[in-house]
Structure formats: structure tokens, C-alpha cells
Design a protein. Structure first.
Length: 497
């Protein structure tokens, strides 16, 4: 695993340590509005430049300022939120969050014990900066921390949490003071520190290339770290999927990127795939991903669990649920394909494979075979699927090959009316604990989403990879493999070799 910190202006080389320039940026402020969330982006391709982003906010002489111009640049204009602008001298801190405040030239700021897990950058408001000016309203901000760069990769590997733990109880977070009127502002520990730092956020599908791993940043206070003091762990949900101890001593410098190890750490494949095996054609078996695929800001992700789906910006007839057919799958509607633009090892089931898997024959030119003989028996029924409310989310449960119901862990055997039929309401309800046991036994859950905004939570639609815009539908009283031209949900599979 390679680890590094936020960026040093004076480039130099040390044994086992690499530093690169940072781009501590200037900000111009005028007095008029404020508020908003805090986030500053890191641009490794531009020598580690730190740039402002829409919604960034700073505090100047305890007045609240918001970025009004300069998003995506190293210099931005901030405006004041109240009627009276502060008078010189000016002392400022970013972010305007966590109770951060100024008094004279002294800034009091808190490094929280949780930061946002963000690909190729540090998280929302995680990188604190301070500035001071005796008279000018042009503030030159300076970084006060460093940030470990964490490199991870894995075949079908997904994470949604990274922790850094100090064996020596070294403070990785807490409240500090700093003199902003200094060429090299230095943190002085005050109170409330902890020895564990957590990065958490949306689930991220990692690169499968060990030579080009996925990178994350964890902002840390400046200081020396002894060999084997810091352990980095990666998780998917509550499952630990990687653990790496930093075997050499290193120092986090203010505004510096420090590479302790150059290779990425491999993450367990099990983090991404449901353990069940499903026959989808004669001689072909697959495993499903542990969540639906979605795109956000042109970056592809998997939901952190099987029942999750994005619905906050759904718009009928456009990119429903942020699962766009061409963007999310790389499929252009003209031929069956793997998702080569994402990773060639992922696959979207074809129309006939959905039908074979679920014993569905509607809209078929011919009988494509049925999955009989490989599924388990539930309530004296050969069970292909089940209509269910899982953890309060409506959807479809698909049973894996050879599935066996366990009443002790999964609850009462479902009624026959909920098996292999799509009629009536979602009358079968399972708790999160019961669903966890079903997932461990290999079950797949498709949340009822993707059909239309109005029927979200009731009806489900999932793309196939077959030309003609075929998708799997499960409506109030119908399950079918049908055609459509909107944007539907995407659940990926991996072929069992």
C-alpha cells in the first residue's frame, strides 16, 4: 500500500519518501453572503493543486463567507453573509465547519475522527487551511496538515470504509490551535484527540490493475510515525477485506505528499460478489454483484448493499435512478456486450439468461430452457424467486442453485403465494438480520426501482444486454422480460470460471 500526505512546496527527495508540489492557492474575498457545504478537491495530475469547489465556505474574523466565483480554480472570490464586513487585520480558516473559529491571529480548529471516502482526493472539508492579512482583502491560504495516500486494488473488489489505527495511541484527530500569521503555520494539540481515523462514504469499485490502483487520501496532523505504528484497514459494510501495517517509519509534513510504499494493497474479491452461484444457461453459471450499479459525476459505483438504490434526482423518461443504459453499462443497444468501458470481467445478463434464471417465458421467440433441477425447495415448492419486503424495501429475491431455507436464521418459511408468482402485494417481510442470513446463503435481492418515478418502490425494471432494449420487469401482478426505451436499473454479474 502506498501512503502519502498533502503536498510540499519545496520539492525534495528522501529515502523511501516522495514529495511533490502542492499549489496552496490564494483567495479573494468581498463582503456579502455565506453558508453551504465545505469541500476542497485535490488534483494530482496538476502537481497536487488544491482547488475551490462550489459550496466551499470560509470563516474570516468569525464572519461566514461562501465561494461565489472561482470553482475549479486555485483562486476564488468569497462573499459575506451579514450586513457588516469585518475590519483589518483579517484572520481566516477553511473549512467553516466543526466549530472552527478565530481570535486575533489564532485559529482554533478541529480535525474530526471521520472523513469522507473520496476517490483521488481527500474528503469533504477534510483539508484545513489558514490565512492572515494585516490589511489586504487578498488571503493566501496555507495547508496545516498532511494526508496519507492509500492505494487499493482488487478483482471485483468494493470498499466503503477505510480506517487508520495507531498502536501507540498517537493522536490522528482532535482540536488544535494554530498561529495563522506564520509562514509555516503549526498545529498545537489542545483536546479531544483519538487514535483512530475513519474514511467512509459510498461504495467504490476498485481498480483491478495493481499497477494502477484506486487512490484515497486521509488528512492527518503533522508528525513522525514509527514503524508498525499505523495499520490501515479496508471494509465493505462491516466486513474487513484488507489490512496492511505500515512497516517503516515515516513523517507527515505540512503540505507534503509522502509515499511510504509504492505498491497498492490487494482487497478481497468477496467484498463485491454475493456468494451464491446461479445457472443462467446450459453450462453457464454466474455470481451477482452486491449492489446495483450507478453513476455520479461520471464515476461508476456500486451500492453499498443489495437493497440500496438512488432516488433523490430521479426524473421520468431521462436517467432514472442515475442508472443510464449507455453511461452505466457501456451498452449501445445494438448487440449483446460485456461492459468493456468499465472492466471486461463484468457482464449484464441477456434477455434469455434472465428468462432461464427465473423460469420466465413471456415475449420469447422460443422456449429457452428453465432452471429446474438446480434450485432448492421452499415450502414444498421448487423456488426460483420470492416477492418480499427486505429491510423495509420492496423487491425480488432470487434463490441460488441448491438453496436451502433455514427457519432459525431466516424466519418462518414464506407462503407459497409469495414464491414464483408476481401477484398481490408485498406481504412477506424480512428483517435486516434475516436478510443478512439469506445473503450469506447466496440470495440476491433486486430492489423495486427503475421502472418509473411514480412506481418506485413497487415496480422494478433491470436492463439486459440483448439488442432491442430488453429488460426484466416485475410489476404489481406481472413478471416478464419485455422491451423498453427508458433508463433502468443495472445489476452486474461475473461469470464463474
Amino acid at each position: 500500500m502506498a501512503l502519502a500526505g498533502v503536498v510540499m512546496l519545496a520539492g525534495c527527495k528522501k529515502q523511501g519518501i516522495e514529495t511533490v508540489p502542492s499549489g496552496e492557492g490564494a483567495v479573494v474575498f468581498t463582503a456579502t453572503t455565506g453558508g453551504g457545504g465545505e469541500k476542497t478537491l485535490l488534483y494530482p495530475s496538476e502537481n497536487g493543486a488544491v482547488k475551490w469547489e462550489t459550496g466551499d465556505a470560509i470563516k474570516v474574523n468569525n464572519g461566514d463567507y461562501e465561494l461565489t466565483d472561482g470553482a475549479g480554480e486555485t483562486s476564488g472570490t468569497f462573499t459575506y453573509s451579514t450586513d457588516a464586513a469585518p475590519s483589518a487585520p483579517y484572520c481566516a480558516v477553511y473549512p467553516n465547519a466543526n466549530g472552527n473559529s478565530v481570535s486575533g491571529s489564532t485559529v482554533t480548529l478541529t480535525l474530526p475522527d471521520t472523513q469522507t471516502l473520496t476517490e483521488n482526493s481527500f474528503g469533504n472539508g477534510a483539508n484545513p487551511m489558514v490565512a492572515y492579512s494585516a490589511s489586504e482583502t487578498t488571503l493566501s491560504f496555507k495547508n496545516v496538515c498532511g494526508a496519507l495516500r492509500i492505494k487499493l486494488y482488487g478483482d471485483f473488489a468494493v470498499i466503503n470504509k477505510v480506517t487508520l489505527e495507531s498502536a501507540s495511541s498517537k493522536k490522528l484527530c482532535g482540536t488544535y490551535t494554530v498561529n495563522a500569521n506564520s509562514d509555516t503555520p503549526t498545529l498545537t494539540y489542545s483536546t479531544g484527540g483519538g487514535s483512530t481515523l475513519t474514511l467512509t462514504g459510498d461504495a467504490v469499485l476498485l481498480s483491478d490493475d495493481k499497477d494502477s490502483p484506486t487512490e484515497f487520501y486521509a488528512v492527518l496532523p503533522v508528525g513522525s510515525y514509527s514503524a508498525s505504528d499505523i495499520t490501515v484497514k479496508a471494509y465493505f459494510g462491516d466486513t474487513e477485506v484488507a489490512s496492511v501495517g505500515i512497516s517503516m517509519a515515516f513523517t507527515i509534513e505540512r503540505s507534503a505528499v509522502t509515499v511510504v510504499q509504492t505498491a497498492g494493497a490487494e482487497v478481497s474479491t468477496a467484498s463485491c460478489l454475493v456468494p451464491g452461484i446461479f445457472t443462467v444457461a446450459s453450462g453457464k453459471q454466474v455470481c451477482f454483484s452486491k449492489g446495483n450499479l450507478y453513476t455520479e459525476s461520471d464515476t461508476r459505483h456500486l451500492q453499498g448493499n443489495q437493497y440500496g438504490y438512488v432516488n433523490s434526482t430521479a426524473t421520468s423518461g431521462t436517467t432514472f435512478d442515475k442508472y443510464a443504459q449507455t453511461v452505466a453499462t457501456g451498452y449501445d443497444g445494438t448487440s449483446e456486450s460485456t461492459i468493456d468501458s468499465y472492466t471486461a470481467k463484468w457482464y449484464v445478463l441477456s434477455r434469455n439468461e434472465w428468462k432461464y434464471l427465473l423460469n420466465v417465458n413471456s415475449n420469447s421467440a422460443s422456449d429457452v430452457g428453465k432452471r429446474s433441477g438446480v434450485v432448492g425447495t421452499v415450502n414444498s415448492t421448487a423456488a426460483y424467486f420470492m416477492k418480499c419486503k427486505m429491510n423495509s424495501i420492496n423487491g425480488l429475491v432470487i434463490f441460488p442453485d441448491g438453496f436451502a431455507w433455514n427457519e432459525t436464521t431466516m424466519g418462518t418459511v414464506p407462503a407459497t403465494s409469495n414464491l414464483n408468482a408476481w401477484t398481490g402485494n408485498y406481504t412477506d417481510t424480512r428483517t435486516l438480520e434475516q436478510w443478512t442470513a439469506m445473503e450469506a446463503a447466496g440470495c440476491v435481492f433486486l430492489p423495486a426501482a427503475g421502472h418509473s418515478v411514480g412506481s418506485m418502490g413497487t415496480d422494478g425494471s433491470y436492463w439486459s444486454s440483448t439488442s432491442g432494449n430488453y429488460r426484466l420487469d416485475f410489476y404489481t401482478n406481472i413478471m416478464s422480460v419485455n422491451t423498453g426505451t427508458s433508463s433502468y436499473c443495472v445489476r452486474l454479474v461475473a461469470v464463474v470460471e
